[in-house]
Design a protein around this ligand. Structure first.
Ligand SMILES: Cc1cc2nc3c(=O)[nH]c(=O)nc-3n(C[C@H](O)[C@H](O)[C@H](O)COP(=O)(O)OP(=O)(O)OC[C@H]3O[C@@H](n4cnc5c(N)ncnc54)[C@H](O)[C@@H]3O)c2cc1C
Length: 423
């Protein structure tokens, strides 16, 4: 039995069982992976599929990081519209990344099918909802570009959005039929089960505390023994610690919180009745979805303050009342938050930290699809692939300017937003 309180609703509601296995002496392997989230487990799964011997280390438990706390929106592309990604990365690189991430939800759902992962998977799309007329113009620009690229996206009028969302509060929306929703803890535990079935080894409750090179090998030190490997992949994203000095300085940490209602039965049947997940165009964005048990899960940027009885609960109750006046009072069962790794240009990175030591990082709050496909790319690289074929060019590690100050500033603004919207 695992010690400690659940980290999210998903931690208790996921059908896939938790997997834990303590470190048992020193290990020698081909590939050491640090971090038991989407990135680490996808790397381990795809490496094991290719016959690479692999050992994954997780400091706490599977899905302890962002992977077990997120909203569960399996989105296509990045936060930035495709045209902005191309402008930042260059035409060829940008277009290739957009194509890869445009197809990534299909890949995630294909893994769910192949390994029969029990994660409440619903593939009816996601809705990006316009919180203002300007937000709608932004969605129109995104829709035009995605359609030009052949993606099945629909720009919803105000009326169409109201029908799908069950609220007339939005100015329209962008329905992306490539996307869907999952129970993220179910998915990450399912990836662990799949990786084990393919022959990977996983150790939980073991923190990697040191990384050193001896001849051609890496030695990963843990508080419980060592892992000696030819290659190492770090999948620690926003949870990066001091294992590789300077790594956590490349992003600004911001938080996202969520609250889950009790199962609402017929009362909420008109809300997102098509099973889509939603987020809005607001600068301080909010998210809303249902789970398989009829709960509503609502979130926004910042920390969950006061659990299910404090400020964040008041914000959630007030926001639901504003959006769905007929819903009436609801009880909340769970409240949680987690950190997001925000990079200065809102693009993820792949770093080669040293010879045969890599890390995909900086997902900017969108990691289900990138974590899965970047993990696969790591496995392809380490089984004879070329760095030139990675989804992103390898870049230098550069600290994000003013990250500590910015992180505090964001947190104050997000708390003020909760306060202002809780009356
Ligand atoms: C509240 C929230 C909502 C989000 N919503 C969405 C969403 O709807 N859709 C989406 O696509 N993305 C979303 N994201 C982003 C997404 O969850 C992350 O990008 C993704 O989980 C990153 O996966 P990862 O495997 O790279 O890292 P993580 O899942 O964060 O895993 C890192 C792991 O590394 C372990 N670790 C760290 N250091 C060490 C060490 N030294 N030794 C051993 N283990 C170590 C940690 O314990 C942790 O388990 C959200 C994030 C948050 C926080």
């Amino acid at each position: 039995m695992r010690k400690g309180a659940p980290i999210s609703l998903w931690d208790t509601s996921a059908e896939e069982p938790d997997y834990s296995s303590p470190m048992n002496g020193d290990v020698v392997t081909d590939l050491a992976v640090v971090g038991g989230g989407f990135t680490g487990l996808s790397t381990a799964l795809h490496a094991a599929q290719r016959g690479i011997e692999c050992h994954l280390l997780e400091a706490r438990h599977i899905g302890y990081g962002g992977s077990g706390r997120n909203v569960g929106l399996v989105n296509a592309g990045l936060w930035l519209p495709p045209q902005d990604v191309r402008a930042k990365l260059g035409e060829a690189r940008g277009a290739a990344l957009i194509e890869l991430l445009g197809a990534a939800p299909a890949y995630v759902f294909s893994l769910i099918d192949r390994y029969q992962i029990r994660c409440e998977a619903t593939r009816n799309g996601t809705i990006h909802a316009a919180h203002s007329p300007r937000g709608y113009d932004d969605l129109a620009r995104r829709a035009e570009e995605w359609r030009r690229l052949g993606a099945p996206v629909e720009l919803l009028s105000r009326q169409e959005a109201a029908e799908k969302i069950g609220s007339s509060a939005f100015y329209g929306g962008l329905l992306d039929r490539r996307a869907g929703i999952i129970n993220p803890m179910g998915y990450v535990r399912g990836l662990a089960r799949a990786a084990l079935a393919e022959g990977a080894t996983i150790t939980t409750g073991a923190t990697a505390t040191g990384l050193r090179r001896e001849d051609t090998k890496w030695i990963v030190e843990t508080d419980r023994g060592t892992v000696t490997a030819k290659s190492v992949v770090l999948g620690t994203n926003a949870y990066s610690d001091d294992l590789w000095p300077g790594l956590k300085d490349i992003f600004t940490e911001i938080h996202f919180f969520q609250l889950a209602t009790e199962p609402l039965g017929d009362r909420a049947s008109g809300i997102l009745s098509g099973g889509q997940g939603l987020w809005d165009t607001g600068l301080i964005m909010f998210s809303l979805r249902r789970d398989a048990f009829g709960r509503l899960i609502i979130g926004s940027m910042g920390k969950a303050i006061g659990g299910t009885a404090g400020l964040s609960r008041r914000w959630a109750a007030r926001t639901l009342r504003r959006l769905f006046p007929k819903l009436g009072d609801v009880k909340f069962e769970a409240a949680w938050h987690g950190p997001i790794a925000l990079t200065p240009d809102h693009l993820p990175r792949i770093f080669r930290l040293d010879e045969r030591l890599y890390t995909p990082i900086g997902y900017n709050g969108r990691g289900i699809t990138p974590g899965t496909v970047f993990g696969k790319a790591m496995a392809e690289l380490l089984s004879g692939g070329r760095e030139a074929d990675l989804p992103l060019a390898i870049t230098d590690v550069k600290p994000a300017w003013g990250r500590v100050l910015m992180s505090r500033l964001y947190q104050s603004v997000f708390t003020a937003n909760q306060l202002a919207k809780s009356f």
